[in-house]
Design a protein around this ligand. Structure first.
Ligand SMILES: [Zn+2]
Length: 267
C-alpha cells in the first residue's frame, strides 16, 4: 500500500492523497486562501471534502470546488449539508458528532469542537449546525485528527482514548482558537505523538507561533511537533507510522533533520 501523503494548503486546509489513491481536502479554503501557494490553487483531482464548520476560512471554496468536481462527496454536519445542498452541491453527506461513516474506503468519525458555526450567506449569517473536528482513519489504518477551530476541552481525552490518532492537526493562532498554551494542554489530553500546528499567521490577528508552541510543549515526552510550510508534503508509511519523510516545495530551503521521537507506550 502507498504511504499517506499530507500537504498543507495553508491555514486549516490540508490535502491528503490516501493510500488507496483518493484525493481528500479537509476545510477546503483553497483558491481564496492567501496562505495557499498559487501552484496548489488549481485542484485537478478531488474525491472527498470534509468541512469542520461554516466560517469562510474553512468552507470558503467548498461550493466552487464541488461544482468543478461534481462527483466529489462532502462530509459535514447535517445543517451545513442541507445548506450546501441548497447551493447546488450534489453529494453532501450530513452526519453528527459521535457518528462514523465510511466514504470511499476512508473511515470518518465526527467529534466535538468548542467554537461557533454560522455560515456567511450574502449579508446574513445563517445557522450551520455546530462546529466539529474529525478523526479520519485512512485505508492503511493511519489515523489523523483534524481539530477544526476549537478551544481546548476536556473531552479531547476521550478522542485520545478512543481513537489514538497517529497525527493531530491543531490550531495555535489564538483569538478565534487555541493559542500555544491551550494547544499544549490539548496535546496532553490527546496523548498526542505528532502534531502539526495550523491556523496561525494567515492574518496578523493570529499571533500564536510554532516557536512558542514548541517552547511550551517541550516537556511533553514523546511529542513530535512537525512544523510544515504551506505547500509542503509529509508522507507516512504504512509499515512504520512513526516514520515521516518531508518533501518540500521546489525552491524552499532543505528541511532540518528531525530527531526520532521516543516511542511511547500506546494505551
Ligand atoms: Zn472558525
Amino acid at each position: 500500500m502507498e504511504p499517506l501523503k499530507i500537504t498543507w494548503l495553508g491555514h486549516a486546509a490540508f490535502k491528503f492523497l490516501s493510500p488507496g489513491g483518493k484525493s481528500v481536502i479537509i476545510d477546503p479554503w483553497v483558491m481564496n486562501n492567501p496562505a495557499c501557494p498559487d501552484s496548489l490553487k488549481r485542484v485537478t483531482k478531488l474525491d472527498l471534502m470534509l468541512v469542520t464548520h461554516g466560517h469562510f476560512d474553512h468552507i470558503g471554496d467548498c461550493v466552487a470546488l464541488a461544482k468543478q468536481h461534481p462527483a466529489a462527496k462532502v462530509v459535514c454536519i447535517y445543517e451545513t449539508a442541507v445548506w450546501l445542498g441548497n447551493k447546488g452541491v450534489q453529494n453532501a453527506l450530513g452526519m453528527n458528532k459521535g457518528g462514523t461513516q465510511t466514504v470511499d474506503g476512508i473511515k470518518i468519525t465526527m467529534v466535538s469542537a468548542d467554537h461557533s458555526c454560522g455560515i456567511q450567506d450574502g449579508d446574513q449569517i445563517v445557522y450551520g449546525g455546530e462546529p466539529c473536528g474529525y478523526v479520519v482513519q485512512f485505508e492503511s489504518g493511519f489515523t489523523v485528527y483534524h481539530a477544526g477551530d476549537t478551544n481546548v476541552f476536556g473531552d479531547m481525552k476521550i478522542i485520545g482514548d478512543l481513537y489514538s490518532p497517529d497525527l493531530c492537526l491543531l490550531p495555535i493562532g489564538g483569538l478565534y482558537t487555541m493559542s500555544p498554551r491551550e494547544a499544549t494542554y490539548a496535546c496532553q489530553f490527546l496523548g498526542a505523538q505528532r502534531v502539526v500546528p495550523m491556523h496561525y499567521g494567515t492574518f496578523p490577528a493570529l499571533t500564536g507561533t510554532p516557536a512558542d508552541f514548541r517552547e511550551q510543549a517541550q516537556g511533553i515526552i514523546g511529542l513530535d511537533i512537525l512544523v510544515m510550510k504551506p505547500g509542503e508534503t509529509l508522507s507516512f508509511d504504512v509499515e512504520d507510522p512513526r516514520k515521516h519523510v518531508g518533501e518540500r516545495p521546489p525552491g524552499s530551503p532543505p528541511a532540518k533533520k528531525k530527531a526520532t521521537p521516543r516511542r511511547r507506550v500506546r494505551r
